[in-house]
Design a protein. Structure first.
Length: 102
């Protein structure tokens, strides 16, 4: 899929916010982010035990969150450890706060 390019109406910030909003658009992803915000990191296997969804579905949700930069995945064979991406998370909070204030 081709990435949208900014023009005189659409800014980089709007494109970025839309990417975050897309990643936040599913309740399971919100749950994963909430869980990761309450602890330093979590293994995908632990998430699979908590969530009543197929591992392949969980993998797709994690992939979407990672693509948006909201989480980081570190491979520690045979497991993958996921954490919030603090830099991006702060950016998301500021972007949405500014947007909602206006």
């Amino acid at each position: 899929m081709e990435e949208y390019k900014p023009d005189k109406y659409i800014t980089e910030e709007q494109i970025e916010m839309a990417r975050y909003a897309k990643a936040l658009s599913h309740p399971v992803r919100i749950y994963i982010l909430r869980l990761l915000s309450q602890q330093s990191c979590c293994y995908s296997g632990d998430l699979a035990e908590i969530l009543p969804i197929a591992r392949s579905t969980l993998s797709q949700h994690l992939k979407e969150l990672k693509r948006a930069g909201l989480i980081l995945g570190t491979t520690r064979p045979p497991k993958i450890m996921y954490c919030l991406n603090p830099e991006t998370w702060e950016k998301v909070k500021k972007s949405f706060a500014n947007f909602l204030e206006k």
